[in-house]
Write a protein that binds this ligand. Structure first.
Ligand code: GDP
Ligand code: MG
Length: 163
């Protein structure tokens, strides 16, 4: 069976946008309103002859009492359990948040391969607070723009390395 790559991170960081660009079709719904993807969404992806299954999730908001957010979190946890590689997406416009820190420590405990992706870096200039993301302890963050399709090849390259 194909290796599984799951995209996790807070709602609204751009997971579904990224997922659709990688899959090459509009499978997942992109919304300005956080919390649209409540279920896990699967699609087959291919890069330079390497095949894998990509899972989009609704996102993780740690320590929430909101019913929808906690359902989304359960879906994300199932995706993380299933995954061979986890893409942890954060938002380069928002900068590092306390939720990102909490998700990062959850991810460390999984012991799985994690790739840290900073989305919404829409130009070649890195935001001033970009280096804060190193504090997550998940290695070198990769700046991408899912909307502008910047550096998606770098992410695919890293996925293939870790499969
Ligand atoms: P999700 O909740 O993590 O799946 O996020 P979505 O993919 O639904 O995107 C949430 C919002 O962020 C939408 O308004 C997207 O258009 C926007 N977005 C996604 N990727 C980028 C990006 O690379 N740059 C910018 N500026 N906005 C983005
Ligand atoms: Mg989504």
């Amino acid at each position: 069976s194909k290796p599984i790559v799951a995209v996790v991170g807070r709602p609204n960081v751009g997971k579904s946008t990224f997922f659709n660009k990688i899959v090459g079709r509009r499978v997942s719904i992109v919304e300005d309103t956080p919390g649209v993807t409540r279920d896990r969404i699967y699609a087959e992806a291919e890069w330079q002859g390497h095949h894998f299954a990509l899972i989009d999730t609704g996102g993780i908001e740690p320590d929430t009492t909101d019913v929808i957010l906690s359902q989304m979190r359960i879906q994300a946890e199932i995706a993380m359990d299933t995954a061979d590689v986890i893409l942890f997406m954060v938002d380069g416009k928002d900068g590092l948040t306390s939720s990102d820190r909490e998700v990062a420590s959850m991810l460390m405990r999984t012991g799985k391969e994690v790739i840290l992706i900073v989305n919404k870096v829409d130009s070649s200039k890195l935001p001033e607070d970009f280096y804060d993301f190193y504090e997550l302890g998940l290695g070198e963050p990769i700046a991408i723009s899912a909307v502008n399709m910047l550096n998606l090849g770098d992410v695919l390259e890293l996925i293939i390395e870790k499969l």
